[in-house]
Structures are given as C-alpha cells and as structure tokens.
Design a protein around this ligand. Structure first.
Ligand code: TXA
Ligand code: MG
Length: 311
C-alpha cells in the first residue's frame, strides 16, 4: 500500500522519515511529480529503478533545498553561480563536475563523474527537501514508458503499491520536465525545457550550444559521457579466466559480488561502485557472471552491455 500524505506538518515530517529509512516518496515539483529517494544511498536509489521498471539506468537529477547543499555535491563555478542566481529555485537542472567524496550514489550519476542538480521552486518540494536536509534523487514519478505525472492520481495509476508514499500537493503547473544545461565543458543544452537557450546565454554572458540528441545518455556508443571502464568487459562469463578481474552474481568465488543472495536490487545498488573498483585493479579484462534478465536485471544487463560496447 502506498501511503497518501497531506501537506500537514506531521505528514511532511513523515515523508522525510521515510526518505531517511531508504524509502521512496513521490512529491510535487513545479514541472512534474518526482519519485524521490535519498541520493546518497545506493539501495534507496536502486529501489527507484525497481519501482519504475526502467529498462536502463539513466543518471538521475539530485534535488536540493538550497545553494549550500548544491555546493557540497558539485564543483561549483562562476557559471553555475550566474545560472543559479538567475533561475533557481526553478525548472533548470545544471550538470556539473561531481565533487570528490560527494554524498551521491554512483547509481545516481550512472557512474559518471558529473552530477545533475536542481533546486525546485514548488513550495511543497522545498518544504520536503528542507525537512530531509540532503539531496533527493528523483526521476518523474511514473512507470517506465508512461506519460509524466502532473497529479497524484497519475502517480498512483502506475505506482500504487510499488512506492512507500506520495505527497498530495495538487497539480504540477508546468507538466514539462526541467531544462538541462551541461556545465562540465562548453555550456551545452542537454534537454530543452521551459527555460530557453537565449535566456540561458544571457544569464551566462556566453553562448550556450545545442545538442540535439537529448537522450544521448541512452544511445549506446553514441555519447562520450556514459560510463565505460578502461578494461575490456567479458559478459555472461560461465567461468573465470586467469588474470581477469571478476564480478560475480550469486554464491561463487570472485573479486567482487553484485549480490551473493541473487537479489537484483542489491546488485543494481552495487553495480557502478563495483565496476569502478574492479577497473582500479588495473587488469586487462573484467569478467562478469550472468545476471538474469528479469526485473532490475534488464537494466543491469543493459548497462553492462553499454560498458562492454566497443569504443
Ligand atoms: O523536471 C524535472 O527535471 C523532473 C522533476 C521530477 O524534477 N525530473 C526529471 O528526471 O525529468 P528524469 O530522470 O526524467 O531526467 C533525468 C535526465 C537524464 O535522462 C539525463 O538526460 C539528465 O537528466 N542527467 C542527469 N544527470 C546527468 C549527468 N550527470 N550527465 C548528463 N545528463 C544527466
Ligand atoms: Mg522522465
């Protein structure tokens, strides 16, 4: 059962408690309802993907209450400052270099060294984020492939019973997801939204360039920014070859195990951190045991085959 929470103080506090306990709470933002969980927790973030039935792991946006929080997550810059001054709180996501040691699960960044951050303007979102006191990872609160939710009823129509709670804050006004601006190199529009390229360029005092493949993150081999280890990947390995760094699933001898208990949520939570750690061993090959293609296993296999794609 998904609990319906109201805007009463006690309910806001309860939502923050559910987040602290690693649960999922859908909440209104000015763009669409988000499906939020503690951005610092691998398990909590894995459970977002589990609820959404997403066939792949796209990086998620971290929602913050204030600038101090944003500065803890990313390497802040004058450009970020100018844009935050102009558009935060509001429907603008900034993709910035991830700060070393930032409290962000590698499942949020999809293993990348950048992080998408936004400070939503919706008063309920702000209240919830302040009550929680940390970053909340939140994609739109719908099952994969369904329309973006702008009302509690939309959220419940696909996620009822799959998430712990929804905060009923009335209709979201915009209904269109935030504009995403990449600031890890040349300022680049990564996803168009309500805030246009001219307004961004003006606030920045420099031209923002366009990128047409808005969902490039999901196009295998097409984007330089999806996480790929240095080592060659060998998937569905029935047994290990000498000298390989080995990633197991289920009870088996290996360097690191996605989940000895064959729990796919645990495996998703471990995926990027384990790949990074195995890559750091400096071996030529990372071999990966078969992961079943059910539930979150579909997204895990999708990400593994991207990491293994020729480049
Ligand atoms: O309005 C919104 O942005 C809504 C509300 C809930 O805030 N959220 C949303 O999340 O639209 P989602 O998961 O649908 O979009 C996340 C997108 C990713 O698909 C990716 O394109 C981009 O944000 N993104 C996030 N982090 C990134 C990163 N480190 N590098 C590149 N792109 C990133
Ligand atoms: Mg979405």
């Amino acid at each position: 059962m998904t609990i319906r929470l109201t805007l009463a103080d006690a309910d806001i506090a309860r939502a923050a408690e559910i987040w602290r306990a690693g649960g999922r709470v859908a909440f209104p933002t000015e763009t669409v309802y988000g499906l939020g969980a503690d951005a610092s927790s691998d398990t909590a973030v894995a459970r977002i993907f589990e609820a959404k039935d997403r066939p792949s792991f796209n990086p998620l946006i971290v929602h913050v209450a204030d600038l101090d929080q944003a500065r803890k997550l990313a390497l802040w810059s004058d450009a970020a400052d100018a844009l935050a001054q102009a558009f935060w709180p509001g429907p603008l996501t900034l993709v910035l270099p991830l700060a070393p040691g930032a409290p962000v699960s590698s499942l949020v960044t999809a293993g990348l060294d950048s992080v998408g951050i936004r400070m939503p303007a919706h008063p309920v979102a702000r209240q919830l984020l302040r009550a929680f006191g940390g970053g909340i990872a939140a994609p739109s609160a719908n099952r994969s492939g369904r329309i973006s939710p702008t009302r509690t009823a939309h959220v419940l129509s696909t996620l009822d019973g799959r998430i712990e709670a929804v905060v009923d804050g009335g209709p979201a006004e915009v209904g269109l997801e935030s504009t995403i601006l990449g600031l890890t190199g040349t300022p680049t529009l990564l996803r168009p939204g309500g805030i246009g390229i001219d307004a961004l360029s003006e606030a920045l005092g420099a031209r923002v360039s366009r990128r047409h493949d808005t969902d490039a993150i999901s196009a295998p081999g097409q984007t330089p920014s999806h996480y790929a280890p240095r080592a060659t990947m060998r998937l569905n390995a029935a047994e290990w070859e000498p000298g390989e760094a080995t990633l197991g699933f289920g009870k088996m001898p290996c360097d690191l195990n996605l989940s000895e208990a064959e729990n796919l949520t645990e495996a998703a939570a471990n995926l990027f951190a384990h790949l990074h750690a195995l890559d750091a061993m400096g071996r030529a090959v990372i071999a990966v045991a078969p992961v079943p293609h059910r539930g979150l296993g579909v997204a895990i296999n999708d990400r593994l085959s991207r990491a293994a794609a020729p480049r």
